[in-house]
Design a binder for this molecule. Structure first.
Ligand SMILES: [Fe+2]
Ligand SMILES: [Fe+2]
Length: 251
């Protein structure tokens, strides 16, 4: 582990401070059914993706990886709880939009497959790709909505995702050392993001079209974060701890 201070205290404290936030009231401040129907279906897919994920915590508790300790596992447990809160918020959004929740989806299955197939480091890499996808998507969707609760909730979720991005980058920064692991990280990250982009652009094409969000705009947003992650993981000075380098990920 780099540095003397426990690098996970920052994230543990941040997530603990946010742990008691109540869910927003199930109340429509405008007629959401006037918004494109495809948006409800699209958010239902993200709602499914935000659910579950508890196995990564038990895996972290059992891990013997360098830099993984009880504080990291605790911070990870709070992170999973925040994702489940996002799932609850998105469920409210889907209902307000007149849509229905779903129990199964091919992109969610792919994501779950990726999470189950691999060890903790690659599992966090998959989660990091999901953070980039979600962060960009929620902000783009919000940019096309009029001022309303739904827009505010999506921006709130995106703000959480930005700190999750920093958290996962901090973990990977503690694991990626030496030229071989840097090469492996860079290769896997770009492959994973490329697959994620294709999958999301295909699965959410109707919502993107109905909200007049051009694919090039989505790609440009992803590209920016994709490079931000590479910089945050590979280009931080060895002296800077995970919390100390977090600002470079914030947008
Ligand atoms: Fe989330
Ligand atoms: Fe997240």
């Amino acid at each position: 582990m780099r540095g003397n201070a426990n690098p996970w205290e920052h994230f543990k404290s941040l997530f603990e401070q946010r742990a008691d936030r109540p869910l927003p009231p199930l109340k429509a401040d405008l007629d959401y059914t006037q918004l494109p129907r495809s948006l409800a279906r699209s958010l239902a897919v993200f709602q499914l993706g935000e659910s579950g994920g508890g196995t990564v915590v038990s895996q972290a508790r059992a891990s013997r990886l360098d830099a993984v300790d009880d504080d990291y596992a605790s911070a990870l447990a709070h992170f999973v709880a925040e994702e489940n809160r996002h799932a609850s918020m998105l469920a409210i959004c889907v209902r307000l939009l007149g849509g229905e929740l779903i129990r199964s989806n091919w992109t969610a299955k792919l994501f779950v497959f990726g999470r189950r197939l691999i060890g903790l480091r690659l599992k966090i890499l998959v989660l990091l790709a999901a953070e980039v996808v979600g962060l960009c998507y929620y902000r783009l969707i919000a940019s096309r909505l009029p001022p309303c609760n739904l827009r505010n909730w999506l921006l709130d979720i995106a703000e959480d995702e930005a700190s999750h991005l920093e958290f996962h980058c901090a973990f990977l920064r503690s694991q990626v050392r030496g030229p071989v692991s840097r090469f492996v990280f860079r290769s896997m990250w770009w492959s994973l993001m490329t697959i994620s982009e294709i999958v999301v652009l295909v699965d959410h094409r109707r919502a993107l079209r109905d909200l007049c969000i051009d694919r090039s705009e989505v790609r440009a947003s992803w590209r920016s974060y994709r490079q931000t992650v590479v910089s945050a993981v590979l280009e931080s000075s060895p002296e800077s701890g995970p919390a100390g380098s977090a600002a470079c990920v914030s947008m």
